[in-house]
Write a protein that binds this ligand. Structure first.
Ligand code: ADP
Ligand code: MG
Length: 721
């Protein structure tokens, strides 16, 4: 077999298998080899039924009784049910959406079931287990199997478990891949990772790693193979990012010469003194901008840490300078905000910062354009036509242009764009950057800013093309948000405390983990609050005297903006929302936030949600409602009261919850396997160091064509653009 062979030409596949493979985007032999198992089922997971623990995976052997088909009371979804019994006990088994299974089993059949043990009010059950008919119990179960000694257990390594889809099982994957391997398909496979790198970090060759990941003899082989593929993923991302950085740095920049005194004057006009980390970041940024190649820097800092002041100072230094060789005009700055409302808020702040200078500030959003100052009223702004604004931007008369990403569209032409500030847009990709490079080879400095707390290893990876600065502290004198962890018995009294705040005119966010009420018949139908239902409950039972609005991701953009606007204007007192409000607008009067089902969120995410109420002069409160009573959950949540910033909490999430739960690996374009590397600072640093070295030595990877192809392929898979 050859790697590029199409599977359907080499294996007999039925229609449902073909469909399944298509769904998984597995077409060739190589695609299949690179479809990795997510875990391995260990023989040690075989358990007597009496010892099953809710939340864990297990395999049980026993006889199956009373197969039956039932229909969900509300959902109307069919499910197969029954019971499996061994010498030690019995447990209910449920297959949702797979009613046909009930017809495949007869009562009394011996079965092997592997799946997750769940618990509902009515007791434990196995949800959607893998199911295999067997002729008899495998061995004398209570003797040899359950009394397996430890040594034996470690000798027997389990089968790989793949993410399955209808029509295809782990077993199929396993056996098909074994055939591919036995057919010596891997004999001539060439490794795309340079040998010396593999040797240096004791990583296995591609051939060994592929064999080990699919059919490991022991845990160590499996681990070594996974380590290689995790390294490889981070390495490839790094190569791409380092290449981006290298490319961008080849451009020239508008060197912004540092004029210390005038920057001092600008800073002195702020009604506050900069924090130490604001000072440090500002210095670094001004230092970068003085260089003859463009800056690419990411400023990380919690909501409220004062990133705008830093960006405004960089903006000031830029517009304060004449374009190269000119005695008039200003260098220009584009400031991109994630939403119209934020762009408008920034426009208003910038008027305050720049009104003492004779500098025009423009605003461009989907709903229109503005210019400060207005000719008629020099202390205010005026609306202008888009055409007029574009003209003034193109001829340089408007040095500062604020807007949504519409700002970087082709139609917006700048005369001397020297700095681009990108607020809270996770990645500003290569293609977008390329558009910023002028014909004469001058490219603007880039300053990205984010409040999204992620662990350092993840930042070093996904932002590998950027230099990092961190605002680690909050401005002094800021009122701390009073954060309390509320157990269910304190709910009522907490509502009364909140009522006092509402009476005093403040507003409240209520964050729920779900949009709609879950279907109680569905698997994993935990008792999780939904925004829509919670709004109704609050309106009828708790706060009937207040206006309550709902906000969630299934609403149209327009509806969302309307609700947000009503909330901002105080027409709505209480806003029930899902976590979509994470990156939202600033409503200073909303000083209280309730987070329902807090155990369902990561610490960093909770922290971000809490950040919604930080912007006021009034005391802010955050009530974390936890349903779980477990000590572990409560102590995890308590970190919210002690951690210095969101980035620290993100690190904690990484150690406490694991990379898989960092909240949307999809968001970052890294696979679960790649995320295993994110837990390992040494591995990330090694991948980064090697990528930097390789790109320096051979920017186009011309000596490493296989590696270059691999990077290209990964970039396509994961691209954001
Ligand atoms: P973010 O980092 O979330 O963008 P902002 O830049 O919007 O934060 O700042 C939040 C608020 O804190 C603003 O009202 C700003 O004026 C104020 N602020 C910024 N820096 C300081 C400081 N060093 N001392 C006091 N207040 C500050
Ligand atoms: Mg901001």
């Amino acid at each position: 077999m050859e790697l590029h062979n199409r599977l359907e030409l080499k294996f007999r596949l039925d229609a449902s298998q073909k469909k399944a493979l298509h769904r998984l985007k597995i077409f060739s032999v190589a695609d299949l080899l690179f479809y990795f198992p997510v875990r391995y089922s260990h023989i040690s997971e075989i358990k007597p039924i009496s010892q099953l623990v809710a939340g864990e995976y297990a395999t049980v052997y026993g006889r199956f009784w009373s197969p039956d088909i039932k229909r969900g009371f509300r959902s109307k979804i069919l499910r197969a049910e029954g019971e499996v019994m061994d010498e030690t006990g019995k447990i209910k088994v449920v297959w949702f959406n797979q009613a046909y299974l009930a017809k495949m089993i007869h009562s009394g059949q011996f079965v092997e079931l592997t799946g997750k043990v769940m618990e509902s009010k009515r007791g434990k059950y196995m949800a959607n287990p893998e199911f295999k008919k067997i002729d008899s119990m495998p061995i004398d179960i209570h003797e040899s199997l359950f009394n397996f000694d430890k040594k034996k257990q470690s000798e027997v390594f389990g089968f790989p478990v793949y993410i399955e889809t209808k029509g295809i099982t782990s077993k199929w994957f396993y056996h098909t891949i074994l055939k591919i391997i036995k057919d010596k398909t891997l004999n001539n496979i060439e490794d795309y990772i340079p040998k010396e790198i593999l040797q240096k970090y004791h990583l296995p060759s591609l051939k060994s790693a592929l064999i080990w990941i699919h059919s490991p003899k022991n845990a160590k082989d499996a681990e070594t193979a996974r380590k290689r593929f995790a390294f490889e993923e981070v390495f490839c991302i790094q190569l791409e990012r380092q290449h981006d950085k290298f490319e961008y740095r080849k451009n020239k920049s508008f060197q912004v010469k540092l004029d210390k005194n005038s920057v001092e004057d600008f800073l002195n006009r702020f009604p506050f003194a900069l924090t130490d980390s604001q000072k440090k970041s500002t210095e670094t940024i001004l230092g970068d901008m003085a260089k003859n190649f463009p800056m690419s820097r990411l400023l990380e800092g919690d909501v409220g840490s004062g990133k705008t002041a830093v960006a405004a100072t960089a903006t000031y230094a830029t517009v304060n300078q004449r374009p190269n060789g000119q005695s008039f005009g200003n260098l220009q700055v584009a400031y991109m905000a994630p939403t119209e409302i934020l762009a408008t808020q920034h426009f208003e702040s910038f008027i305050q910062y720049f009104k003492h200078l004779s500098i025009n500030v423009g605003l461009i959003t989907g709903s229109g354009c503005r210019k400060f100052p207005s000719k008629v009223n020099p202390s205010g702004w005026t609306t202008i036509s888009r055409a007029q604004l574009l003209k003034w931007v193109a001829n340089g008369e408007i040095p500062i242009l604020i807007g949504t990403h519409a700002l970087i569209q082709k139609t917006v032409k700048f005369k001397n764009l020297a700095l681009v500030v990108i607020d809270e847009q996770h990645r500003f990709g290569t293609a977008q950057r390329r558009k910023l490079v002028r014909k004469d080879g001058i490219a603007p400095h880039l300053l990205s800013m984010t409040a999204t707390p992620i662990p350092r290893t993840l930042a070093l990876t996904i932002y590998g093309d950027l230099d990092l600065s961190l605002l680690s502290e909050m401005p002094a004198g800021r009122k701390q948000i009073i954060t309390e962890i509320i157990t269910p018995n304190k709910r009522e009294e907490t509502y009364e405390k909140i009522r006092k705040e509402l009476k005093a005119g403040r507003q409240l966010y209520v964050i729920c983990p779900r949009i709609f009420e879950p279907d109680p018949e569905k698997e994993l139908a935990l008792n999780v609050k939904s925004a829509v239902t919670e709004a109704k409950i609050l309106k009828t039972k708790v706060f009937p005297e207040y206006e309550i609005g709902v906000l969630h991701s299934k609403m149209s953009k327009e509806k969302k903006e309307n609700v947000m606007a009503d909330f901002a204007e105080g027409k709505i007192n209480i806003l029930c929302a899902t976590s979509v409000v994470e990156v939202g607008v600033n409503v200073p009067n909303a000083t209280v936030i309730i987070i329902e089902g807090a155990e369902r969120f990561g610490l960093a995410q909770l922290h971000q949600l809490r950040g919604r109420v930080i912007r006021s002069t009034h005391q802010a409160y955050c009530y974390i409602f936890a349903e779980a009573k477990s000590e572990k959950t409560i102590s995890r949540l308590k970190a919210l009261k002690t951690a210095k910033n969101g980035f620290e909490l993100a690190e904690l999430d990484l150690t406490l919850r694991g990379a898989g739960e960092l909240g949307g690996t999809k968001q970052w374009g890294i696979t679960d396997l790649g995320m295993e590397a994110i837990k390992n600072i040494k591995m990330v640093e090694a991948a980064r160091a090697e990528a930097v070295r390789l790109i320096e030595e051979d920017p186009e990877l011309s000596k490493y064509p296989l590696l270059k192809e691999k990077v290209r392929q990964k970039v396509q898979e994961f691209h954001f653009e």
